[in-house]
Design a protein around this ligand. Sequence first.
Ligand SMILES: [Zn+2]
Length: 117
Amino acid sequence: MLNLLKKSFNNECPNCNKGKVFQTKVFFFSPKYSKMNKFCASCHHKFQKEPGFFVGAMYVSYALGIAEVLATFFVLGLFFEKTFDLRMLPIIATVIVLLTFFNVRFSRMIWMYLFKN
Ligand SMILES: [Zn+2]
């Protein structure tokens, strides 16, 4: 499992682990959307198996977003006296916006590794 996450973070092709899936290396915040390669440069594996293949990655992205909201909420709980303070909302929203690029890339990588066969 950890090996799979490491390969996903390293932007490696799910088929050969040599080619790169995304054209840019920047995994976190980037001013422009990072494009995916259509095929692996090393093994010619087609990343988008069928039209709409990555629609399912939205569910993974949603789960990542919920996990990030909960993690941010619990960390913020250390700094606020009340269990839920309204001042937490803009901070949580900022974290989610900043992690959008990460979520898109990481959810697609997880989705490809789930259905690599
Ligand atoms: Zn490959």
